[in-house]
Design a protein. Sequence first.
Length: 288
Amino acid sequence: MVSVVIPVYNGLPLLDVQLEGLAAQDYQDSFEVIISDNGSTDGLRQHLANHPLREKLCLRHIDASDAKGAPHARNAGAAAADGDFLAFTDQDDRVYPGWLRGLVEAAAEFDAVGGPIEVHSLNSPKVAKWRPCPAPDQRFPSHYRYFAHGNNMAMWRTTFEKVGGFDENMLAGDDLDISWMIEEAGLTLGHTPEAMVAYRLRTTLPEALRQAIGYGRTQVDVYAKHRPNGCPPYPKRATLITLAATVFCNPLFFFVRPWVPTGLWALHAGILIGRIQGSIRLRTMDYL
């Protein structure tokens, strides 16, 4: 049995776009969709009770409001799921028709598996330039180990239980964290280009900057957690390059030529700001 787990908090109406994507899957066997409700106040329960795709998707609504955060909702959804194979995606994205089939087929050779994301289907051309993505056949790298995105990852239940699920202390970055935990446990994390997800981006600069700052803070938390397991300090050369690009490509300076899209600048600037804030909070310079 395959279970798809979606953490949801006030996800309407975009959740319906994701459910339509799941209904279009070319996966031939049965699967269930667990909507793990993290305390929504937008009428989610009633909406799902009358949803036209309820039977086709074997939709199940579970209450995950006892603790805030996507990691808790993912864990609660996994605990309620019947499947021995757990696939995770997000409320505001859209899976491609071959997504679930691609993950299941790839997982025959791996303990966990991720897939690529693209930003052109759900975003305007302007916003899509804010987040370049690797080619579909390329894995997501970090300075330590590879990782899978939280909106496009799957694993066997035995893998999930061996690493203890998602760390609920991580309000963000739990996908990076669990990917590293899987690899540190001696398990395999694969990647398949067949399992594509359309990723919806923040559409305003303040939103993009705020999200990026959160990414940066989280990176420090994850790095610090995994340091005893061999995670090295962040390369200083990479930080200097980011700092230089942030300064010289700053769109607030009228005399600066816009070498990069403003949203892409906000992404890198925000991550750098977040890493500085996180480093100050944890009193470490290893991740600057």
